[in-house]
Design a protein around this ligand. Structure first.
Ligand code: IMP
Ligand code: MG
Length: 184
């Protein structure tokens, strides 16, 4: 039943599948190993950007055997269809004191760079963690509106609009187990 529904959805609305479940899983093993090695013996706090990184976060963190802490930050990027307006809003006031922590920001995708740049600016200015790095599942190969790069990248992709595995188009498709390109 579910598979049939997904098949129909794919046929109608997706152009193609970009990364299957197994490919994502394999890449997460490598990414987690890298992060685990880098944060050995450090007080790590992961800040996951909601909603997009929710599934990525859950799968990645269960592969990182470190005594880390987790917090989530709801961030809204305002969209005009598939194009960001550059407006980013979040409320970091609920986060704990991070001055003695190594902070790793987790986001679903690096696109224009507005979101990550705004977060990095805010964290550097107000939270002053010992270190601040970022990790994205996907990184679009394109010129960015803000000059920012992520420290850890799952996959580099072309400048296409993708959905699934947490990523949405107008709040749809987040629960797909794979990542696909939406028909334009
Ligand atoms: P940026 O601020 O333009 O780098 O993009 C930040 C947010 O836009 C991401 O966290 C996503 O939520 C959303 N986004 C950007 N590109 C895509 C895409 O291809 N599919 C789904 N969401 C996207
Ligand atoms: Mg979105």
């Amino acid at each position: 039943m579910l598979l049939r529904l997904l098949d129909e959805l794919m046929e109608d609305e997706l152009e193609r599948i970009l990364f299957r479940e197994e490919q994502i899983s394999e890449r997460l093993d490598q990414l987690a190993a890298e992060i685990t090695a880098d944060y050995q013996g450090k007080d790590l706090t992961v800040i996951a950007v909601l909603n997009g990184s929710l599934i990525f976060m859950a799968d990645l963190l269960r592969r990182i055997p470190l005594p880390l802490q987790l917090d989530c930050l709801r961030v809204r990027s305002y969209y005009d269809g598939k194009v960001t307006t550059g407006k980013v809003a979040f409320d970091a006031s609920t986060l704990p004191d991070l001055r003695s922590r190594h902070v790793l920001l987790l986001d679903d995708i690096l696109d224009s760079g507005h979101t990550l740049a705004a977060l990095v600016d805010e964290f550097r200015a107000h939270f002053k963690p010992i270190s601040l790095k970022s990790c994205v599942l996907l990184r679009k190969n394109k010129a960015r509106a803000r000059p920012i790069e992520a420290d850890y990248v799952g996959f580099n992709i072309a400048d296409e609009f993708v959905v699934g595995y947490g990523l949405d188009y107008q709040e749809h498709y987040r629960n797909l187990a794979f990542i696909g390109v939406l028909k334009s």
